[in-house]
Each structure stands twice: as structure tokens, then as C-alpha cells.
Design a protein around this ligand. Structure first.
Ligand code: HEC
Ligand code: HEC
Length: 359
């Protein structure tokens, strides 16, 4: 277990006890939060639609229905430096909308007081379908995830208690919480639910690929179609379904970088199972053209470099994925076609959606 996960774990225990006073009810589950108090409280439901080519979501929207007011509060929180210790680092500082909420300026995450982390910032998209978060699956619940960046000393470097205190003193937040939850009382649960409402709305499903498979737009070109065929044969066992990930943890044969400041063993540090060493979560490839750098440590800056890795750079090790052990080839033509196909996954509507940017 790494330092980062200890922070998350400690925060989660504090959160659960804070919200529900740690008193299990008869069924053994925690007591629900008290009901809102403002008379006539009626937030406006916000439409959340499952794209026809997607599986059922994992996030339970019935427990945290998205509303116009909750989403607006979540967006305000997401782009507010107040969530960090010195006011300079918001969630959106690292998760940029034009990069599908990944970060394209640094290979490794860049937080408060210019501190550099150990991992590349992943995209935030289609999180309603995600069972596990972070490159190693160290967090399983979207509603608990923000504790980790808030309390991580190299990301936002604050404490949850201090952030809540700042929100309570702020001129605008009590009103925004009242509009979203029917009470001016700001607590961790409501803050997390608002952030989740914003994040579950970040659905990317309108790329040229999507429109072609749903018969809503033009078919793919010849080179893109050949790329899709190669993709299905060589990539889709891991980058599976129209989410372009099967959500599993695998070792795709990246060689160790001797100068790296940490020896990141990924999933192995969470499960403590030696068979999981150097396995990382298979990332979605949606909007991949716009989310460089690539891999958990941001080692590649272009898709060409990624394909050069798969075409001859795969390094054997005890946990290398069996699908890659047998040898893996990609001809020049296949690489060209694959890149043409990967570019069809760029969803410009999502990347420029004005609802998702700071206002
Ligand atoms: C300093 C940069 C930084 C800040 C600030 C930051 N994040 Fe992140 N975020 C990261 C990194 C790095 C990861 C990957 C962590 C890992 O794998 O260990 C991540 C992962 C995530 C993920 C999971 C994505 C996935 O596919 O696994 C979500 C969701 C997320 N952050 C939301 C937030 C929210 C909400 C905030 C604000 C409360 C926030 N982040 C603030 C850098 C940052
Ligand atoms: C055996 C499973 C597996 C196969 C097959 C596979 N990948 Fe991956 N891919 C992964 C894993 C795991 C990662 C993340 C590795 C890491 O960061 O350590 C990854 C990362 C990537 C990334 C980086 C994405 C990002 O956001 O950082 C790209 C691009 C990619 N793969 C493309 C492909 C293509 C194209 C193919 C087919 C030629 C392919 N992959 C085949 C498992 C696989």
C-alpha cells in the first residue's frame, strides 16, 4: 500500500464516520443523511441518457440523481482552487476539458507548489461505467474519490475539514448547496455528490466512430475501416467494447525506465499479489488523439510512439499479459490504418461542450 492509498483510506474512514456517524441500522448499512429542509425545495432534473452502443452504467444514478443545480454546484467545485491548500490548484487545473479532462502539458501530474507526482493524469470520461479508478484501481467509489486529490500533499495538499470550513465561509457556496440539496448546510456527502453529478455527465459517445456504428453519420473511410479490422484483431481483447476498455489490469510490456523516480508496481501495490506487479488499468482509447502523453507514466507523446512500442518494444517479464507473450507484430500499413481509426474516436462535441467548462 502506497502513501497515496493510505491518504485515501484514512479520508474514507473519516468520511463514512462523518456522514453517517458510524451507526449501522438494522440492515447493517449506514443511516441515510437527514432530509433537506428548505420548504418547496424542488431541483430541476437533468437528463442523463445511456448511449445506444454502451452497456448499462455501473454508477447508481438513482442514489444521486443529476439535477441542474447539483451539476452546476459540482462544476463550480471542480474548477475552484479553494479546494486546494493555497487556492491555486483546482480539479480542472489537472483535468482539462479540451483534453477529455486529462492533462497534456506534463508527463506526470503537476500539483500545488509546482510539485510533480508519479503518474500521468488520466481522462475523466464515461466514469458512470467505471468500476475502479486510478491506474491501479485503488479507489472503487466515485463518490469517495475526490478525498484523494484534496488530501494528497503533491496534488491539492489540504484536508477535507479545512475545505469544508472554507466552503461554509464562502459568500456563494451556502446558496449553491441550498439550490442543489435543499439546505445551506455544507457537508462532505453533499460536496462529493455534487462533484459526482458533474463527473457522471461527462459522457463521450458522439465521435465519428459512434455515429458510424449507430448509423447516424457517414461510414468510416477505407483506411479507418482497415484500422478497425486490425484493432479488433490485435487490440480489442483489452481495449474492449465501445468503452474501449475491459476495465482489467494488465501488463502491456512497457520496459522499466532506469531513471524513473519511483518503481511503480501498479496493481501489485493494491492487491499485494505478486502476480499483479506492473499491471495497470487498461485505459479507454476514446479521445486518445487529444490525451497525450500516454501510459501511466506519460512516457509516450505520440500515437506513433505507442504503436512502435506494440510493434516491437514489448518487454517480457513474469507478469506480461499472455496475449502479448506470443509475439506481436504490426506492419507499417497496419500502424497507419490503426492511427486513422484511433482518430475517429475523437469526440469534438464532448471536447468543446460548453456545459463542461468553467463559467
Ligand atoms: C495535481 C493534479 C490533480 C488534481 C488537482 C486532481 N487530480 Fe484527479 N487525477 C490525477 C492523477 C495523477 C490521477 C491518477 C491517479 C493514480 O492513478 O494514482 C487522477 C485520477 C482521477 C480520476 C480517476 C480517473 C480514472 O480513469 O481512473 C478522477 C475521476 C479524478 N482524478 C477526479 C478528480 C477530482 C474530482 C479532482 C478535484 C477534487 C481531482 N481529480 C484533482 C491528478 C489530479
Ligand atoms: C494485453 C492487453 C492490451 C492489448 C492487447 C493492447 N493494449 Fe493498449 N494498453 C494496455 C494497458 C494495460 C495499457 C496501460 C499501460 C500502462 O500505462 O502501464 C494500455 C495503454 C494503451 C494506450 C495509452 C492510452 C493512454 O491514455 O495513456 C494506447 C494508445 C494503447 N494502449 C493502444 C493500443 C493499441 C492500438 C493496441 C493494439 C495494437 C493495444 N493498445 C493493445 C493493454 C493492452
Amino acid at each position: 500500500m502506497t502513501y497515496r492509498h493510505l491518504i485515501t483510506l484514512a479520508g474514507m474512514v473519516a468520511l463514512w464516520c462523518g456522514i453517517w456517524s458510524c451507526q449501522p441500522n438494522e440492515a447493517g448499512s449506514p443511516e441515510p443523511a437527514p432530509e433537506p429542509t428548505t420548504p418547496g425545495f424542488k431541483p430541476t432534473p437533468m437528463a442523463w441518457k445511456k448511449p445506444a452502443n454502451f452497456p448499462e452504467p455501473v454508477y447508481d444514478l438513482a442514489k444521486n440523481p443529476v439535477t441542474v443545480q447539483g451539476f452546476a454546484l459540482g462544476r463550480a467545485l471542480f474548477y475552484d482552487g479553494l479546494l486546494s491548500h493555497d487556492g491555486t490548484v483546482s480539479c480542472g487545473f489537472c483535468h482539462q476539458p479540451s483534453a477529455a479532462f486529462a492533462h497534456t502539458d506534463h508527463a506526470l501530474s503537476h500539483g500545488i507548489r509546482d510539485q510533480i507526482g508519479t503518474r500521468n493524469v488520466p481522462a475523466i470520461q464515461n466514469v458512470a461505467w467505471q468500476r475502479e479508478f486510478f491506474w491501479d484501481g485503488g479507489v472503487q467509489d466515485l463518490d469517495l474519490l475526490p478525498i484523494s486529490p484534496i488530501q494528497n500533499p503533491v496534488e491539492m495538499g489540504d484536508t477535507l475539514a479545512n475545505v469544508l470550513a472554507k466552503l461554509r465561509k464562502d459568500p456563494q457556496y451556502p446558496g449553491l448547496f441550498e439550490a442543489a440539496f435543499g439546505t445551506k448546510e455544507i457537508n462532505t456527502e453533499r460536496m462529493m455528490k455534487a462533484l459526482s453529478q458533474f463527473m457522471v455527465m461527462l459522457v463521450s459517445a458522439n465521435s465519428r466512430y459512434d455515429k458510424a456504428v449507430r448509423g447516424e453519420g457517414p461510414a468510416l473511410t477505407d483506411t479507418e475501416t482497415r484500422g478497425l479490422t486490425v484493432f479488433k484483431a490485435k487490440c480489442a481483447s483489452c481495449h474492449a467494447t465501445d468503452l474501449f476498455t475491459d476495465g482489467s489490469f494488465r501488463n502491456n510490456g512497457l520496459p522499466r525506465i532506469p531513471t524513473a523516480k519511483v518503481d511503480d508496481i501498479g496493481r501489485g501495490a493494491i492487491s499485494l499479489n505478486p502476480d499483479d506487479r506492473y499491471k495497470f488499468r487498461v485505459p479507454s482509447l476514446r479521445n486518445v488523439e487529444r490525451t497525450p502523453p500516454y501510459m501511466h507514466d506519460g512516457r509516450f507523446w505520440t500515437l506513433e510512439q505507442v504503436l512502435t512500442h506494440y510493434a516491437g518494444g514489448i518487454t517480457d517479464s513474469p507478469t506480461l499479459d499472455p496475449a502479448l507473450k506470443a509475439g506481436f507484430t504490426l506492419s507499417r500499413q497496419e500502424q497507419t490504418d490503426l492511427i486513422a481509426f484511433l482518430r475517429t474516436l475523437t469526440d469534438t462535441e464532448f471536447l468543446s461542450d460548453r456545459r463542461f467548462i468553467a463559467n
